[in-house]
Design a protein around this ligand. Sequence first.
Ligand code: PMP
Length: 357
Amino acid sequence: MSPLLVRADLRTARPYDNRPFPSAGAPVAPLNNNESPFPPRGRHLEALRDAAAGALATTNRYPDTDLTALRTALARYVGHDVRPDMVWPGNGSNEVLLHLLLAYGGPGRTALGFGPTYSMHERIAAITGTRWAAGARGGDFGLDAETASAAVRAHRPHLVFLCAPNNPTGTPLDPATLDAVLSAAPGLVVLDEAYVEFSRLGSRAGMLSDHPRLVISRTMSKAFGFAGIRAGFLLAAPGVLEPLRLVALPYHLSTLTTAVALAALERSEELLAHVPGILAERRRVRDALVRAGHDVAPSDANFLFFDTGGDSTHVASRLAAHGVLVRDLGPAGWLRVTVGSPDENDAFLRTLADSSS
Ligand code: PMP
């Protein structure tokens, strides 16, 4: 088919690609996607299986359009006085961010973000024809209030993206920066809290009642270990979420996803009980990297961003050859590694030491 039939702005675009190097060996330590290393087991797996079986018994019916039960369970899980009508669930946070940009972005509109940051924000802007204004972080990957609000004043964006903690750097978001952006922004302020369960600062959901243009995105892909299920949600004032009904497809979230997400939320404390262990491993891996002479960005998430001190693409490819997968997203020299199980982390540290010698 002629590529000229494709939308002009997509002709030079490349699809999202997180495939490991072709040279990758059998995965020993898949530490490239910020996933949880722990699949559900035992009675948790049983509960999810029961929920899925219940949903399968009603496949002839369309799902509940309002997703009332799920919105209620998510609101309860988030706390901070969030009400069910302040929750918009979807197939992962990427999908609900797409809904947001379909409704509030588009041709003639601008979204601002601060790199290096989560690449899908810019990509979802591009998919929806929204212009992307690229702000920049400081040398330590932090984002100060002054820099952020100056960029907001310069671009007057319809949406500003902030990420707390930020991916791929892991750095926390200074509360003063969020305040400054909320004061300066003429449109929506989107706060991506995909990794918030790992963060010392916790969720800013309590700010929603005072900030009607704040939108928070969350996901069950990370701390819940639900990356394969695809369940994410937005939190915002009901008036901000209402227009999303105009752009989402009917019945966008399946009965199966909803049932399994509900079952997981019912046992959220038990499913999240591994978070302190991940944080302890994060400290251990960080200390080992520092001892080996690497610069490591301060992390508030389940991953670490470190300077290889050399050619990061070469290091990532050598790690991959031994089945240790990490992400090489730039800037040059830096790699992102997910905190995995103790064995996976040992494999990473050992292989990195061997690859660097
Ligand atoms: N936001 C951030 C910052 C992420 O890192 C990710 C996943 N890599 C997502 C959103 C998307 O998560 P999902 O679509 O799986 O909910």
